[in-house]
Design a protein around this ligand. Structure first.
Ligand SMILES: Nc1ncnc2c1ncn2[C@@H]1O[C@H](COP(=O)(O)OP(=O)(O)OP(=O)(O)O)[C@@H](O)[C@H]1O
Length: 665
């Protein structure tokens, strides 16, 4: 059992960060060679397996992390290197290097991946040469990206999507993913750069940043060793994962929608699942019983073996030294410290293989060895019997036979038999180990199935509840619908009422009475003025010419507002805005009616005062006429003269025009 190892790497301060912080002082304080703290965040002290400060070179990282991982993968252990950290903390720089193009092994800034390729193939060449042709290595590479919880095959020109599958024999694997055989570091690096290019192109076409996806380069390293004496082949196989994770900062969901929201939610989900898996594993390490939810995200499911399983795992925690990033740095270090507590159980993955004749020959050889061993054992026994008495010899043989019968195995005495026994024992042990592994895998699957069953049951319960609620809601909606039907009926009734009101309004007694009254007044006036030919100006309200007054009178009397047609033009649609419009129009009409009534009152008052004045004038003129007649003149002539003196020529003219206009109507 080995703990996950953590390498913390602090990158140099960037120009942007310097502009923001206005200091070159690092937020990370080195307390010893491998212990740090972040004073501004008042963190505890963090101790890791390695700490690389700003001066740490790409070669330093390789020496500390890459070399060991490659060596172990060559022996048959699975290996994983994760680069973890916030966006811009140096994950890609660490894994890939500073440039997009590989400029060869002299490139000082090339990252861990090209260095691992170089070292791996150099070591393979060395091992193959040393074995004299008995050992052969085979390497295959796949490169995938996990974006929005979907796996994309970066080596496929169409970037097809793939599914993760689990198989009792193969364990977890990506179905249908491209696997390309690689024979030297350049080939491996070209494959890697091809995938990196696809990743870049897809990021551009989807308008996103690469820091929002996880990338996993998978190298399957297989070694085939021909055993000298048996001719059987021992196969060792390991998977070496090089993982560049999405930026670890929490994605903001506020003010985000559509694809961006889904993307942010998925990044948060896969990173929080990673955190949850780590927490559960730490708890398990502390003796608590926990279920590990590997299946909650594609990343954790795919890399299940790397987290608490059969793998040698190293996490590189990349951080920025800037004060403005101190909170994210502290969060990265907390994550790494927790991950460091996880214990993995790395074992060599190996198997024996041979063809049928080879296996038969091996069995034959073992049988011969067995027979030889038996005969030499019998010889020894008879020698012993000769030397120490027949009875004793018989007892020994009988005892031996009894032991043999019980144990089912003959006693081996020579080195050839011992060799055969050891070989059989070795095979049996391997078989046993394999069965043990399978058993624990089965147990895990059963556990997960149970868990999934529980989750499904809970989901079913929730769905039942939702269904029940939906049904209730449906019933309520149906009730509402019938209420709507009722309100439609009410609407119809209202329509009818409005129609009745329309006709009532069009036959409104007030306006009709007003109309008739005005018409009568109008007629009276006409009669009056036609009798007298002119209208006295001083009897009109001040500022109003008689012409104007009569025009106004005319306007008022003419029934210009046809309320019936006005109301008819209103659409009666059960819609709030229409109701509102209707109400406004009704208000306006009401207002018009009020105006009309006001003007009617005004006019009535004016007419009343005109009549009063006229009466007064008439009386005056009559008195005058009688008085004058008393002097011998005609009464009418006197009145005429009096009126002339009162209204003058202009008034008479105006009155004549208006009278004629009115007569035409
Ligand atoms: N150790 C280092 N020395 C010099 N420059 C570095 C170092 N680490 C990172 N950088 C530079 O910092 C910048 C950001 O680094 P990088 O792109 O590797 O970050 P990242 O964590 O991969 O970001 P993202 O999550 O966005 O992909 C790059 O310009 C890179 O060259």
């Amino acid at each position: 059992m080995d703990n996950i190892q953590v390498f913390m790497r602090i990158r140099p301060l960037s120009e942007d960060e310097f502009r923001r912080d206005r200091t070159t002082e690092s937020a990370v304080r080195m307390l010893s060679e491998n212990t740090v703290s972040i004073p501004s965040q008042r963190t505890e002290n963090f101790t890791f397996d390695f700490v690389g400060n700003e001066d740490c070179t790409q070669q330093d990282v390789f020496e500390a992390v890459g070399k060991r991982a490659v060596e172990q993968c060559m022996q048959g252990y699975n290996g994983t290197i994760f680069a973890y950290g916030q966006t811009g903390s140096g994950k890609t720089f660490t894994m890939q290097g500073a440039r997009d193009e590989f400029t060869g092994p002299d490139d000082e800034l090339r990252g861990l991946i090209p260095r691992c390729f170089e070292y791996l193939f150099a070591r393979i060449a060395e091992e193959e040469a040393r074995s004299g042709g008995r050992v052969k290595y085979l390497c295959k590479a796949s490169y995938i990206e996990i974006y929005n919880e979907t796996i994309y095959d970066l080596l496929d020109p169409m970037m097809r999507t793939c599914a993760i599958r689990e198989d009792i024999k193969k364990g977890i694997f990506i179905d249908n993913v491209s696997e390309e055989t690689v024979q030297d570091p350049n080939e491996a690096y070209n494959i890697f750069m091809r995938g990196a290019h696809s990743r870049h192109v897809s990021a551009t076409s989807m308008n996103r940043e690469s820091s929002r996806s996880h990338s996993v380069l998978m190298l399957v390293i297989q070694s085939l060793t021909q055993t000298e004496d048996t001719g059987l082949t021992e196969i060792r196989e390991s998977t070496f994962n090089l993982v560049d994770l999405a930026g670890s900062e929490r994605q903001k969901l506020a003010n985000t929608s559509g694809l961006r929201l889904k993307e942010a939610a998925n990044i948060n989900k896969s990173l929080s699942t990673l955190g949850n898996v780590i927490n559960s594993l730490v708890d398990i390490g502390n003796g608590k019983s926990r279920h590990v939810n590997y299946r909650d995200s594609k990343l954790t499911f795919l890399l299940r073996d790397s987290l608490g399983g059969n793998s040698v795992t190293i996490i590189i925690a990349n951080v920025s030294p800037a004060v403005c990033n101190d909170a994210e740095t502290a969060s990265t270090l907390r994550f790494a410290q927790r991950a460091k507590m996880i214990r993995n159980k790395a074992v060599v993955n190996h198997d024996m293989q041979g063809n049928v004749p080879q296996l038969q020959a091996e069995i034959q050889r073992l049988k011969q060895q067995l027979a030889q061993a038996r005969s030499s054992s019998a010889d020894n026994n008879s020698n012993n019997a000769n030397g120490s008495g027949r009875n004793a010899g018989n007892t020994n043989t009988r005892e031996q036979a009894a032991v043999n019968a019980r144990l089912g195995a003959p006693p081996f005495v020579d080195s050839a038999s011992q060799h055969a026994a050891q070989f059989i024992l070795l095979l049996a042990m391997r078989k046993l180990k394999e069965s043990e592994r399978q058993k624990s895998r089965y147990a895990e699957i059963v556990f997960e199935l149970k868990d999934s069953l529980e989750r499904h049951k809970r989901q079913l319960q929730q769905q039942r509840l939702v269904l029940k609620l939906t049904k209730t809601e449906c019933q309520a909606l149906r009730r509402n619908a019938s209420e709507t039907y009722v309100s439609t009926a009410e609407n119809m009734a209202l329509r009818e009422e409005i129609t009745l009101l329309q006709s009532a309004l069009s036959a409104q007694p007030d306006s009709a009475e007003l109309l008739i009254e005005n018409m009568q007044l109008h007629e009276e006036l006409i009669e009056m003025y036609s009798a007298n030919q002119s209208m006295p100006a001083d009897l009109l309200p001040s500022g109003v010419s008689s012409k104007h007054a009569l025009l106004e009178l005319d306007t008022l009397i003419s029934p210009k507002i046809n309320t019936a047609s006005l109301i008819k033009s209103f659409p009666i649609i059960p819609d709030d805005t229409v109701y509102k419009g209707l109400e406004d129009k009704i208000k306006q009409t009401q207002h018009d009616i009020n105006d009309l009534e006001l003007q009617r009152d005004k006019l009535e008052f004016q007419i009343g005062s005109i009549e009063e004045d006229w009466q007064y004038v008439n009386d005056g003129a009559r008195e005058l006429a009688f008085a004058t007649a008393a002097g011998g003149e005609q009464v009418d002539a006197v009145i005429e003269r009096t009126l002339d003196s009162i209204v003058g020529d202009q008034a008479r003219e105006t009155w004549a025009t208006i009278s004629s206009m009115y007569a035409r109507k």
